[in-house]
Write a protein that binds this ligand. Structure first.
Ligand code: HAM
Length: 425
């Protein structure tokens, strides 16, 4: 019996995993620069948390959750997290984080699960990096969140994107807009796609998000959410824009950007990749001033974003910007006969104890094959020993980068290797 991974669930094998490590490393560097600390959250939460937090009317909750009952009596409905903001809000409240610090800067990297139709850039298990900046309702924090996204994309060499920006107001402002939009959509009902007509009932704002040509045409002159903002929301949005301008962060105002999760308020944004297919949202986020209260905490303003790691890697690949990461081994030890192979097994331990990476042949291959392997593994130094070397208690050390070969006594071998790799490393 041979098994295959589930549809939409991917293996990430060595050869690719180095790219992931690199990307996660860059993320962690940026997070350190911005003073964010990592939070590790459970993969599974109570289904109710997501229903309340994300919203019953959303696709994520309505169609895409992996929910199941556990073995408790009575059984409890649990869900594989479809995103991490609701979990972060739950943890923030549960641990009273807001009581000890006025501003919380959290980030996370981990898998999320959504039962979607898999296609390029869309999977059922995907990895997300996200930030949650909790405690400030001021526009400076919106700009801080957006700047993190822009900085990170720049740092990893992804320049082909567009930053879409919108304000979706407070829930009261949105309710008024919703009524006006619904009235407008009713007049266009016969021009809209079937999907959009279905969406009108539960979540009319999502009709604006449709990528179908007929929907875009039919809603070209739809009322704009920006005309429904009150003074405070209007001023908030103006300050966000002014600060982005002052920081040289380019953006496009896009009143169609409504985001697919119910907890958002005011600022919404997306970094849209320009070389991707339909799944082009690299980063999506926004302000969520009501969520913490919604999950049982005190009213606490917050903003954050999520970034899909698969999509970032796909975009880098498409743009030809994936870094070339070749294997790098400090030392490869070649033994030419049984005795020197045995010697190799102990010297590699000593080399590793000194802090250098070391490998030796585990397949009893010929000298030539071992040399080839040393090359393949990117060895910087190759130590060669055979019968003569063992008798003389010395080894040949070959420098694979600068060329040249030296004879080194066993007694000083490890120290010499450390020195040589410093000079040449
Ligand atoms: P989201 O827009 O649903 O937002 O997802 C964030 C990002 O995750 C997307 O921009 C995309 O790159 C990636 N993504 C989403 N679904 C998939 C999928 N099926 N396959 C591959 N990648 C995917 C959130 O999840 C919010 N929690 C973001 C946030 C944090 N807002 C405030 N704080």
């Amino acid at each position: 019996m041979q098994y295959q991974s589930l549809k939409g669930f991917n293996d990430i094998l060595p050869g690719d995993s180095e790219i992931w490590l690199w990307l996660e490393g860059e993320i962690r560097v940026v997070m350190r620069l911005y003073g964010f600390a990592e939070v590790r959250l459970p993969i599974v939460e109570s289904t109710d948390l997501f229903r309340r937090g994300i919203g019953e009317g959303t696709d994520v909750v309505g169609k895409e959750m992996y929910s199941f009952e556990d073995k408790g009596v009575p059984p409890e409905s649990l869900t594989l997290r479809p995103e991490l903001t609701a979990s972060a809000a739950r943890a923030f409240v549960e641990h009273g984080v807001g009581q000890v610090s006025t501003l919380t800067r959290w980030y996370y990297i981990g898998p999320a699960f959504r039962y979607e139709q898999p296609q390029a850039g869309r999977y059922r298990q995907f990895y997300t990096f996200g930030i949650e900046l909790i405690g400030s309702g001021f526009p400076e924090s919106d700009v801080e969140a957006i700047a993190i996204g822009a900085d990170l994309l720049k740092r990893i060499g992804l320049e082909r994107y567009r930053l879409r920006l919108n304000s979706i107001g407070t829930s009261e402002e949105r309710a008024e807009y919703r009524t006006a939009l619904l009235e407008f959509l009713e007049t266009r009902r016969d021009q809209l796609s079937e999907d959009s007509v279905r969406r009108m009932g539960a979540n009319p704002l999502r009709v604006l998000d449709s990528k179908k040509r007929e929907d875009i045409a039919a809603t070209a002159d739809a009322p704009s959410i920006l005309d429904f903002l009150g003074d405070e929301s209007r001023e908030h949005f103006a300050t966000v824009r002014a600060l982005l301008d002052a920081n040289g962060i380019e953006y496009t105002i896009d009143t169609r950007l409504v985001r697919g999760l119910d907890y958002y308020s005011r600022t919404a944004f997306e970094f849209q990749g320009l070389d991707l297919g339909a799944q082009d949202a690299l980063i999506g986020g926004g302000r969520y001033d009501g969520l913490i209260e919604q999950v049982g905490g005190k009213p606490t303003p917050a903003i954050g974003f999520g970034m899909g790691l698969e999509r970032i890697i796909l975009a880098l690949k498409t743009a030809g910007r994936l870094p070339q990461i070749a294997p790098e081994t400090d030392v490869y030890v070649i033994g030419l006969d049984d005795a020197s192979r045995r010697w190799a097994t102990s010297i590699v331990h000593q080399i590793r104890a000194a802090g250098l990476s070391a490998e030796h042949d585990l397949l009893r291959r010929s000298m030539k094959a071992q040399m080839r392997e040393a090359n393949r593994r990117g060895a910087k130094l190759v130590v060669i020993a055979g019968e003569n070397e063992l008798a003389a208690q010395e080894a040949q050390v070959k420098n694979m980068q600068g060329g040249g070969q030296e004879t080194v006594a066993f007694g000083g071998l490890v120290d010499d290797l450390v020195e040589m790799s410093k000079v040449r490393g």
